[in-house]
Design a protein around this ligand. Structure first.
Ligand SMILES: [Zn+2]
Length: 69
């Protein structure tokens, strides 16, 4: 059996979002303020989790601005 325990992946997840003023510089779509959650997993076990807020494009998903805290 092959072990893939060296595998590290990261998931970015939008927990909630609401419309915000501004447009995307990439596609011109509408922006929204989103509460993001980034989970880093090692060997499919989450070991690091970070919550942050960002302004993202609702159309293409680009992160226009992020607020780390
Ligand atoms: Zn966009």
């Amino acid at each position: 059996m092959v072990c893939f325990c060296f595998l590290v992946d990261q998931r970015k997840e939008v927990r909630r979002s609401k419309p915000a003023a501004g447009t995307c510089s990439r596609c011109g779509g509408g922006a929204s303020v989103a509460d993001m959650k980034t989970a880093t997993r090692f060997c499919f076990v989450p070991f690091y989790c970070k919550s942050w807020r960002a302004i993202v494009c609702t159309f293409c998903g680009a992160v226009l601005r992020s607020y780390h805290h």
